[in-house]
Unconditional design. Sequence first.
Length: 136
Amino acid sequence: MLAWIGIAVAAAGAGRVHYDIDYHVEFLPREGQAVVTIAIDPHDAHVARIRLSMDPGRYTEARGDGRIARADDRETWEPPDAGGALHYRCRIDHRRCGGGYDAKIGPHWAIVRGDDLVLASPLVAEPAGPPPPTHA
């Protein structure tokens, strides 16, 4: 807990860092799944690590640029400093305890919560080093 506080204070004192994150979802109705892509484009910072809680019964085939490690239901992605993309599959149909569905996909439609596709996750970003010198 103290390490997280120290990181937050150091980041707050250094000012804001800037990077872009794009999310792309492709629905695959015949497979009952969606392919989710998270792409990172660094500016004055790079994303060092993203941790995603991914139930292995619903989220599969995580792959991408950089290092990816799974421990139980947690996927940790460490993208390269230059950015990159993480891809994974999400099973859409999700049956509730009472027998109904809270997510379902048909041949031309899908009803699903966006936060079940693009998972909320802690992210660690670090300021990029100084820019390389320019040669005149």
